[in-house]
Design a protein around this ligand. Structure first.
Ligand SMILES: [Zn+2]
Length: 51
């Protein structure tokens, strides 16, 4: 799976359940795209969220 940053809209529908798990308890935010994820591997420019 690509990063959320590069995710296409048509991919969003097929991977939606997986994406919900990735973003439901985010620990990282992308500095460029403002997307969040539980793992930095899903973001192009990840920055750890403060607890
Ligand atoms: Zn990004």
């Amino acid at each position: 799976m690509n990063t959320l940053c590069k995710l296409k809209k048509n991919k969003l529908a097929t991977d939606f359940k997986k994406i919900i798990k990735i973003v439901s308890k985010p620990k990282f935010i992308c500095e460029k795209c403002a997307r969040v994820a539980k793992d930095k591997k899903y973001l192009c420019s990840p920055l750890a969220l403060k607890k």
